[in-house]
Design a protein around this ligand. Structure first.
Ligand code: C2E
Ligand code: CA
Ligand code: CA
Length: 909
């Protein structure tokens, strides 16, 4: 903008200047008149329609050429003083001659014009030239001295340098060498100083001071080391050196003196030139009175010859009267001015006004265009700049209004497109970020829940339980109240889970969790530790009784069936309880105590609540140690099998022995299954134990079957859990094959709890049956659903539990039940084993029954594998004796059971 205005102002100014020049040219015409012939009067001059002009003609001679030559001469003289060269000499000579000519011409013409005498000026110029010539002589003399000085210096320097070079080679002249080197160095210093010798006015300049000092050093060096120099360089060298140094100094002094004089004379010359200049007038002119001659302009003369209407000449023609042209031959530098002094009538005012107005109009137009252009650029650029800044700050809604020059308008459109895209992108990013944040929030919540909640039941998990329980303990500590911890476990959940599938098991857990929550809400909270283990915390309890009551409430809450998948399901739970601060003081220990109590509760049967006692802890410790021992027992071969005969009640022969496990613990004791099998079941070790039992029993059976006792059959106790392993059947088949034992030699004994393990187990049993393996239902008469198991399981034998047999000889009711069951099994075609036959009366009542086998201490205790073959004849003989004895002491009850006897029994008898 400023530049535009500046350019405009310049144009305006230029316009005015041009206008002024036109005006000046129109008023003053200066013509330098050379001594050339005047133009012939016949040549027509351009004319304008002029206002009539009055011209006064005057003759003028200026001193300009003279002054110029004077000045040139002075510079040439000074140059020649400074250095004498061919060029400076020529220039000096030429300028001197030119000055002389110019002076003469000026004086002649000025005298002619003015009538005054310029003698003093003429003489002054002559003197001036003479003085200049004298100064030049002095300068030349100085130049000669400097030349001499230089030559002598170079000679001295060369002499010293030569001596230095020689001295380096001659060892004997060591004394002189240092001083010589010094001398050489001093001459080098001197060389630096003497280059300024020509320009030095006096000895006070720094260069001269150094030069003088160096001279002094040289003189002193020569004097001090005279003897050495004389010895090393020779007397002639020394004397020559000393004298020439003195001469050098003297030359230098002369040069300095001349310098000073020259300086003075040069100054004088300049002053003289100044004085001369004062004598020269600027110009000399004809006195006005003498020159006032009115002349006719050429224009007015020629006006008559011009065509009417032709443009008048712009400039008035010059008039050079013949009389003023000098007729002297040497008129070269002379200047004669013819000056037309116009006393014009008022100039062409209208045109000036027109020009002025057009200038103003042009300026205004130019200014408007400039401003318009600037605004059309600046405004859109500012808008774009502001919008960009706002966009950068994050205002995505910002748009630029269009306008301005085409390129900027296009830029604005592009900007808006970009801003649109940006705001779209921003919105997308925002949306993405929002969804991301929502996801993160949701994930965080999930993670928190995962960290604190059990994902299945939504109850607090183990971690959260600990934190809540710790808080409850802390509160109880402060308030002096109690905290009850209940450890819950679903009775036989494993069977339920395995038989019904894990998905169903999960839904049972969810439903159970829900019920727990409902029950405990009034006094505390429930948590899930994992699997089927739940915990209930009773906060702020006031007494042990209240905790016990709450525990019973929890147990009883599960007397009512749960609804799972629309099915009513009775799921009983066992509960162990511990109390803060009575039993333990921290969360971990309280849970452990409740767990110990739970173990006890489970041992008591279903739906039991057991409170922690220190003894339980001991039992738990013992259990733990048993478990540890069991883990090592298999590896160490601590298990043994004993075999108890089952005697056929009709033939009184033993063709079947039941394998029973024993554990010879490291301390030498023989542990019975009752001491460790429950723990093995609980810990899962039972699978490995069964494997061992199977292999050992099959190996023994094979040994007997393929040896001295071909009809041998072995009954093996199997845990329902074993059957859940779908590899069980194959493993058994492999073992039979490995030991070359027919499947019919093996009978597996299972308790009816196998029914709870579901369809998979039953199918496994069916496969076993298909292989030819016999299946016996053990401990018949102790469970609740014995009759159902008879129907559902692919059984070959029923083993009547010892509790059923125990009273048959003493209790008519027991005898009646036994009789009924035996009759039923016989009806179903199942073989029967009566377990726990301890008395002859019992024997007497059972002997002779078809399909009946007798097992009990009365007939035989379990014997070691290696004793079996030896024991068999005794067992059989013992049975015969028992038969005889029982016949002798037959009781009415025995007879009543005997009524069931078949013809076979009669035969045996
Ligand atoms: P069970 O299958 O009922 O085995 C019979 C148990 O009764 C055996 O006890 C046996 O010694 C005992 N017994 C036999 N006759 C009499 C008697 O006249 N009077 C009394 N009071 N007891 C008698 P044991 O060997 O202690 O076995 C206990 C239980 O341990 C077995 O009961 C069986 O369920 C289990 N068991 C034994 N060995 C194994 C095994 O190898 N595997 C599995 N899974 N369980 C086994
Ligand atoms: Ca058994
Ligand atoms: Ca049994």
């Amino acid at each position: 903008m400023i530049a535009f205005i500046g350019v405009g102002a310049l144009l305006l100014a230029a316009n005015f200047i041009v206008e002024e020049n036109v005006l000046v040219e129109r008023t003053t015409q200066i013509t330098r008149v050379a001594p050339a012939p005047a133009p012939p009067p016949s040549i027509p001059q351009p004319v304008i329609e002029p206002p009539p002009a009055v011209i006064v003609q005057r003759r003028v001679v200026t001193s300009e050429p003279l002054m110029s030559d004077l000045d040139r001469f002075e510079r040439a003289a000074q140059g020649r003083v400074a250095s004498k060269t061919e060029q400076s000499e020529t220039e000096y000579q030429q300028s001197s001659s030119d000055l002389d000519t110019a002076a003469r011409t000026f004086v002649t013409q000025a005298t002619a014009i003015s009538g005054k005498s310029f003698q003093k000026l003429s003489a002054g110029i002559d003197d001036y030239r003479t003085h200049a010539a004298q100064v030049l002589l002095m300068a030349d003399h100085r130049q000669a001295l400097i030349g001499e000085y230089s030559t002598l210096f170079e000679d001295l320097s060369a002499r010293v340098n030569n001596s230095v070079k020689s001295a380096w080679k001659i060892f004997g002249r060591v004394v002189a060498r240092q001083s010589l080197l010094q001398l050489s160095a001093d001459f080098d210093d001197l060389r630096r100083g003497f280059t300024t010798l020509a320009s030095a006015d006096d000895a006070q300049t720094p260069d001269m001071v150094l030069l003088l000092k160096t001279e002094q050093t040289i003189v002193e060096n020569l004097a001090t080391n005279e003897a050495g120099f004389r010895r090393s360089q020779g007397d002639q060298w020394y004397v020559g050196m000393r004298d020439d140094v003195a001469r050098l100094i003297s030359l230098r002094e002369s040069v300095l003196v001349l310098n000073k004089q020259l300086h003075g004379r040069s100054t004088d010359l300049s002053e003289e030139a100044g004085s001369l200049a004062l004598l020269v007038p600027n110009k000399v002119e004809t006195p006005l009175a003498a020159a006032a001659v009115k002349v006719k302009t050429v224009a007015s003369e020629s006006r008559g010859r011009q065509a009417p209407g032709a443009a008048p000449p712009v400039v008035a023609g010059s008039v050079v009267p013949e009389s003023v042209v000098p007729d002297s031959a040497e008129s070269a530098p002379a200047v004669v001015e013819t000056q037309s002094v116009t006393t014009l009538p008022p100039p062409d005012h209208k045109k000036r006004v027109l020009i002025a107005w057009s200038s103003v109009a042009f300026f205004v137009l130019f200014f408007s265009i400039a401003v318009g252009t600037v605004l059309s650029v600046v405004r859109p650029v500012r808008r774009l700049r502001d919008a960009t800044a706002r966009l950068a700050k994050g205002e995505s809604a910002v748009r630029v209004s269009r306008g301005g020059i085409k390129e900027l308008d296009t830029l604005a459109v592009s900007f808006n497109v970009m801003a649109d895209e940006l705001s779209l992108a921003k919105a997308a990013t925002h949306e993405y970020q929002r969804s991301l944040e929502a996801k993160v929030e949701e994930r965080t919540r999930q993670l928190k829940e995962l960290a604190e909640r059990d994902p299945l039941t939504g109850l607090p998990n183990r971690r959260e339980l600990f934190s809540l329980l710790n808080a409850a303990i802390e509160r109880a500590r402060l308030k002096g109240c109690l905290v009850g911890v209940l450890f819950l476990d679903i009775d036989n959940f494993k069977y339920l889970n395995d038989s019904m599938g894990h998905a169903f098991g999960d839904r049972v857990l969810v439903s159970l969790g829900q019920r727990l929550q409902d029950v405990t809400r009034a006094f505390g909270f429930a948590a899930r530790l994992g699997g089927d283990e739940f915990t209930v915390v009773l906060e702020d309890a006031q007494s042990i009784d209240s905790i016990e009551l709450a525990g019973l409430d929890v147990v009883q809450a599960f007397q009512k069936p749960l609804s799972v998948d629309g099915r009513e399901l009775i799921v009983s739970i066992s509960v162990g309880a511990s109390i803060f601060p009575d039993h333990e003081l921290d969360a971990e220990a309280l849970l452990k105590a409740a767990d110990v109590a739970l173990f006890r509760a489970k041992a008591l049967g279903r739906s039991q609540l057991s409170m922690f006692t220190p003894e339980l802890l001991e039992a738990a410790a013992a259990k733990f140690s048993t478990e540890q021992g069991l883990r090592r027992a298999i590896e160490r071969g601590e298990f043994e099998l004993v075999f108890q005969p089952e005697v056929n009640a009709q033939s009184l022969q033993t063709s079947l022995v039941e394998a029973l496990i024993r554990w010879r613990t490291p301390d030498g004791e023989l542990a019975t299954p009752g001491q460790f099998l429950a723990i093995a079941e609980e810990s899962g070790l039972i699978t490995e134990i069964t494997d061992w039992v199977l292999r050992s029993a099959i190996e023994a059976a094979s040994h007997w079957h393929n040896g001295a006792w071909p009809e041998a059959r072995v009954a093996i106790n199997v845990s329902p859990r074993d059957l859940l392993d779908n590899r069980f059947v194959d493993r058994l088949a492999e073992l039979l094959q490995e030991f070359g034992l027919p499947a019919g030699c093996i009978e597996l004994e299972l308790t009816e709890s196998v029914l709870q393990t579901g369809a998979a187990t039953i199918s496994a049993l069916q496969r076993l049956r298909a292989h030819g393996v016999a299946i016996a239902l053990d401990d018949f008469g102790t469970g609740y659903s014995s009759l159902a198991s008879l129907e559902q399981l692919p059984l070959t034998r029923i083993k009547l539990d010892r509790s059923l047999i125990a009273g048959i000889d003493t209790n008519p009711r027991s005898a009646a039940i036994a009789r009924a069951i035996i009759g039923m099994c016989q009806g179903l075609g199942l073989e029967i084993t009566a377990e726990g036959v301890e008395r002859t009366e019992q024997f007497a009542m059972l002997v002779g029954q078809p399909g009946m086998y007798l097992q009990g201490y009365l007939l035989a205790r379990p014997v070691a594998r290696d004793d079996v073959l030896a024991a068999l004849p005794n067992v059989n003989a013992h049975a015969q004796q028992l038969l005889l004895r029982s016949q002798a002491t037959a009781s009415p009850t025995a007879r009543s059971l005997s009524t069931l006897s078949s013809p076979g029994v009669a035969q045996a008898r």
